[in-house]
Design a protein around this ligand. Structure first.
Ligand code: SUD
Ligand code: ADP
Length: 321
């Protein structure tokens, strides 16, 4: 009898922005203790997982040429971790992973983490595993600090190294403009640069997260804009001084506020509504301060199966600089 080959599974997974990123001192394991508010955005990657004779990863789209396709690919590491978890041969998982990227690589928007989260959800569906979200979350946190959040989605408070999550009430949608830089930044180097800046002086640190949680519950983008903050921003700007100009240009173009997203170099600008976000994106793309501009909204759900290969794939609105 012929074995039935299950159809490939496609998963859509969001990028994230940190609305509040308070970084504590380095711990003995090298990670920094965080208090961060994540929001999942409508800028998404798609990851298809299918049974294959030639296992491996292929990557298409935004920044594809700088993403490894070997064993260090985060989606492939997720496939191996899940295979091991359920007792299948992690060296021969017999699956092919196709990644279509829209999230900038090494952009501070958790693109690699998103691909890992999507691969977990896709493979669990392909293999019809009886695993709950908690099982997947336990594997996710071993793959990277941001992986649990992009699996979860929405808006959440992250503590520990960012992997311990509590959902946060967020009323209404918020509208964002994202400015992609020409090259990425290494997350580890940005944390190191913050340690260096703190050893040399005492750069200001973010205060309590409570006012941010209140602003999210109110749903008022103007209140939220006053509170956007990121302790890694000074380090990202120190490594990439041109970001100062990008941040100024977004606010001059009409954004309520702007901040570096995570470890950067992507800059995220909060706008009052969708129409103003399109206007800000258009003006920013003409200012010559970044490579590409995108419009997005949040919060959106975490990694979700979207069906077979022929299901519709809305492209994110795009403005090229
Ligand atoms: C800065 C943040 C903010 O959400 O996001 P990105 O800007 O990378 O998207 C995260 O903390 C990044 O999370 P993620 O990209 O998953 O990092 P990991 O792979 O876990 O760690 C990469 C490196 O970053 C540093 N790191 C990461 C998390 C943390 N709490 N403290 C750290 O010092 C460590 O040097 C670690 O070796
Ligand atoms: N599937 C993947 N997608 C993107 N980057 C990946 C992937 N797998 C491994 N990487 C590597 O992970 C690093 C961090 O990428 P990414 O997660 O996009 O950035 P960030 O941590 O700034 O959000 C990059 O140097 C990239 O080469």
């Amino acid at each position: 009898m012929l074995a039935v080959v299950p159809p490939p599974v496609t998963v859509r997974v969001p990028a994230k922005v940190n609305l509040h990123l308070a970084v504590g001192d380095a711990r003995s394991d090298g990670f920094h203790e965080l208090s961060t508010v994540f929001q999942a955005l409508s800028l998404t990657d798609e990851v298809t997982v299918g049974v294959a004779d030639t296992p491996g990863v292929e990557v298409h789209g935004e920044g594809a040429s700088s993403v490894p396709t070997g064993p260090s690919n985060l989606a492939w590491r997720a496939v191996r971790a899940l295979a091991e978890h359920v007792g299948r041969d992690p060296d021969e998982p017999k699956v092919r992973v196709v990644i279509r990227k829209a999230i900038p690589v090494a952009g501070g928007m958790a693109g690699g983490s998103a691909n890992a989260a999507a691969a977990l959800v896709g493979l669990a569906a392909l293999w019809r595993l009886e695993l709950g979200r908690d099982d997947l979350a336990a594997i996710a946190m071993r793959l990277g600090s941001d992986v649990p959040f992009v699996l979860h989605g929405g808006t959440a408070l992250g503590t520990g190294r960012g992997e311990r999550l509590v959902p946060v009430l967020s009323r209404h949608s918020f509208h964002w403009v994202l400015a992609f830089d020409r090259r990425g930044l290494s997350t580890a180097q940005v944390y190191q640069e913050l340690d260096r800046l703190r050893a040399d002086g005492d750069p200001p640190r973010l205060g309590s997260v409570e006012p941010m949680l209140e602003a999210l519950a109110s749903g008022d983008p103007r209140q939220l804009a006053l509170l956007l903050g990121n302790d890694l921003q000074a380090a990202a700007v120190s490594l990439r001084p041109g970001l100062r100009r990008t941040l100024r240009a977004g606010v001059s173009a009409g954004a309520l506020a702007g901040a570096v997203s995570g470890s950067g170099p992507t800059c995220a600008f909060l706008c009052p509504d969708h129409d103003s976000a399109v206007e800000v994106a258009t003006e920013l793309s003409g200012a010559g301060v970044c490579r590409t501009v995108r419009v997005a909204h949040g919060p959106v759900p975490g990694a979700r199966v979207i069906g077979g290969d022929d299901s519709p794939r809305p492209a994110p609105p795009e403005v090229h600089a």
